[in-house]
Design a protein around this ligand. Structure first.
Ligand code: AMP
Length: 467
């Protein structure tokens, strides 16, 4: 299967060749033909599966096919009129932006990434402008972007509502609506904003919804806002990360955790890494500590100004930052192919976040390593993740960094719900010690005999309220 054989416009195919894409990913193979027919889509697909191109390529195809020299000229004329009026010093006549496509994303970083990808995929088109409308971006800058009347808006819901309500955006010409990571937008409390935005768009629009899961609320919302959709489920979508080697390391306390992290960050196979923390404050503290220890580290979290966040992400992309220390929301959607390792300094509160976190590595078909540093009292959280991903996570021990205690031997090695022993896709070998089967493999040198005690936190207890 090639991009040409999917029927995409030559200018789009050319951009994909430039980008080095040789063939469509499985979500692209399934979504693109249906989207090209104008069908609505409900897609569950994993992060890093190529979903951005799955919705953006058919949209760009549509715009490229409609792009007549006269249209391009018309776009130019209306923009020239706006510029001439400004040059004459006329008080600018109020002209709301009339986008043809809207992509809603849960976070600013994901929005910026979608915009960048759109520029890449549309690089051979005459006129297709994509802009991001985001919370945290200065208002005048956004007005300036909107005044160019871009065809494609990529936005987080909250800030978009502000512009809609003040009449800066008119959705009457909207042809395509995309909800990217819809489940996350609902988790983040955007449901009412989404309803308001959807209500402001024409019923004739094409709607494409992408989500890790199509169950529950998100599935119901998807049914409501789509019209006879094609449902695409990429097998085991939310959970399979077969190209990522997952491991759990047990630690006794914070000092053990820090020493082990420093050791693992010196792994020669590591190119770049993301270290996830539960709180913004920890992200700062750990980034500082790692810098002092000689790693080029930087923090990324929601308390930072957008400018600082963008600069950090640029430095990461350029390889100047090797270790990014981040919270869940800030690091969502980061797509840097050189990220070889993900470390969970703290486990995520929700198993879904684990899947999103480890998906920061192993991008575009590469291999990755995901290591969780877990204190003994957090065993149940590992089990919840294993149950969610239907994968066992092997426990690993580094010589010289053995925990004094082993995984709680007092917990029964119960099977995660719905998981079958043959189901293990995480690389755990039969008989290998995993959290759910802690007794199967040899214990670390000094680890025998520990009987887990309730409430023994190993010293690294922290709150998750500050995500
Ligand atoms: P996404 O799931 O959209 O975040 O994409 C994940 C990564 O895969 C991005 O780095 C894309 O540039 C890359 N990608 C998407 N589609 C393809 C493809 N067909 N071939 C190679 N890389 C791709």
């Amino acid at each position: 299967m090639t991009f040409e054989s999917l029927g995409l416009h030559a200018s789009v195919v050319k951009a994909l060749t430039d980008a080095g894409y040789t063939k469509p990913t499985s979500v692209q193979e399934q979504a693109i033909p249906a989207a090209l027919q104008g069908r609505d889509l409900m897609v569950s697909s994993q992060t890093g599966s190529g979903k951005t191109a799955a919705f953006m390529l058919p949209a760009l195809h549509k715009f490229a096919s409609a792009e007549q020299p006269a249209d391009a000229a018309a776009g130019k004329t209306s923009n020239q009129e706006r510029q001439a009026a400004r040059a004459r010093g006329d008080r600018p006549r109020f002209q709301p932006a009339q986008p043809k496509m809207l992509v809603l994303t849960p976070t600013r970083e994901l929005a910026l990434q979608v915009t960048t990808a759109t520029e890449k995929y549309g690089s051979h088109m005459k006129r297709v402008k994509a802009v991001s409308i985001l919370g945290g971006m200065p208002y005048p800058k956004q007005m300036q972007l909107l005044s160019k009347n871009p065809e494609i808006l990529v936005a987080t819901p909250g800030r978009l509502i502000d512009h809609m309500e003040s009449g800066k955006i008119d959705f009457s010409q909207l042809q395509i609506l995309v909800l990217d990571e819809a489940d996350r937008m609902l988790d983040m409390g955007f449901i009412e904003d989404i309803e308001k935005i959807v209500d402001a768009t024409p019923a004739t629009r094409q709607t494409m919804l992408f989500s890790a899961t199509l169950d529950g609320t998100v599935g119901r919302m998807a049914q409501q806002i789509t019209n006879n959709p094609v449902v695409i489920k990429i097998a085991g979508s939310a959970t399979k990360h077969e190209n990522i080697t997952q491991k759990v390391h047990f630690v006794d306390d914070l000092s053990h955790k820090n020493r082990l992290l420093d050791h693992l960050l010196r792994d020669v196979t590591m190119d770049q890494a993301v270290v996830f923390t539960a709180t913004k404050r920890d992200a700062d503290t750990i980034a500082d500590r790692l810098n002092i220890a000689g790693f080029s580290a930087a923090a990324l979290h929601g308390d930072m100004h957008q400018g600082a966040r963008n600069r950090t992400l640029d430095s990461l992309r350029r390889g100047q930052v090797r270790v990014l220390v981040a919270t869940d929301v800030a690091a969502r959607g980061i797509d840097v192919p050189a990220i070889t390792h993900v470390f969970n300094y703290d486990l995520p509160k929700f198993p879904e976040d684990y899947v999103h976190r480890i998906g920061r590595t192993g991008r575009a078909g590469r291999n990755g390593v995901a290591v969780s540093l877990v204190n003994h009292a957090e065993g149940m959280n590992v089990k919840r993740i294993e149950r969610f991903t239907k994968q066992l996570i092997p426990v690993d021990v580094v010589e010289g960094f053995e925990p004094k205690k082993t995984a709680s031997a007092s917990r029964s090695p119960s099977k995660p719900g719905g998981w079958k022993p043959g189901d293990n896709r995480s690389g755990a070998k039969p008989g290998q010690r995993t959290f759910s089967n802690p007794n199967a493999a040899p214990r670390s040198a000094n680890g025998g005999g520990y009987k887990g005690r309730n409430g023994d936190s190993g010293g690294a207890r922290r709150s998750y309220g500050d995500r």
